[in-house]
Design a protein around this ligand. Structure first.
Ligand SMILES: NC(=O)c1ccc[n+]([C@@H]2O[C@H](COP(=O)([O-])OP(=O)(O)OC[C@H]3O[C@@H](n4cnc5c(N)ncnc54)[C@H](OP(=O)(O)O)[C@@H]3O)[C@@H](O)[C@H]2O)c1
Length: 167
């Protein structure tokens, strides 16, 4: 199981229920990596999608205490651990944690890798964060891609590996 996230230099990932950045190259990469797999997310992340609908061509598992409010096409789980069990466990192929902040925090230690898109800026307003992998034990940046630019933003893809699980 892996996590995928786009964050600024201070690991900010969201504000007011939405994303901080719009990067078409990053969205294409997200789509291609997660396509035909299983995505686990929190209810607020589902709500942030267009019309609150699940991601097409993927199995969508949504963590919520209010399963009755979910749209068709998603499976509800009452906790992060139950979501993981429903998905088949952390070794399930093509299983992705896609946010938001509360779900990343809950399931990060079970992830083998984090696919980070780091945007080389510090946004002014943010209220949701990814754990700082540079300060956590057991996480190492394994590879960093070249610097790219889009919409006046510089960014790069970085893969972090959980050395405890990949030791
Ligand atoms: N930059 C990125 O890559 C990225 C990716 C995803 C999301 N985001 C951003 O992150 C923000 C959303 O993150 P968030 O942390 O506020 O919300 P979230 O994790 O998406 O969802 C929180 C909701 O999930 C459910 N939940 C969380 N923990 C639970 C638990 N232990 N047991 C049962 N249910 C639980 C609850 O739903 P109920 O209230 O229904 O019970 C809770 O309100 C948005 O701004 C979004 O745009 C950024």
């Amino acid at each position: 199981m892996n996590a995928i996230v786009v964050a600024d230099q201070r690991w900010a990932i969201g504000h007011d229920g939405g994303l901080l950045f719009s990067l078409p190259t990053d969205l294409r990469r997200f789509r291609s990596l997660t396509m035909n797999g299983t995505v686990i997310m929190g209810h607020l992340t589902l709500n942030s999608f267009p019309e609150g609908k699940p991601l097409p061509q993927r199995r969508n598992i949504v963590i919520t205490r209010h399963p009755d409010t979910l749209p068709e096409g998603v499976e509800a789980a009452p906790s992060p651990e139950k979501a993981l069990a429903l998905a088949g466990g952390p070794e399930t192929p093509d299983l992705w944690i896609i946010g938001g902040g509360s779900i990343y925090a809950a399931l990060l230690s079970r992830c083998s890798r984090v696919y980070l898109t780091r945007v080389e800026t510090c946004v002014e307003e943010s209220d949701t964060y990814f754990p700082n992998l540079d300060k956590l034990p057991n996480w190492e940046a394994e590879s960093a891609g070249e610097l790219m630019q889009e919409n006046d933003l510089k960014f790069r893809f970085i893969e972090y590996v959980n050395t405890k699980l990949n030791g």
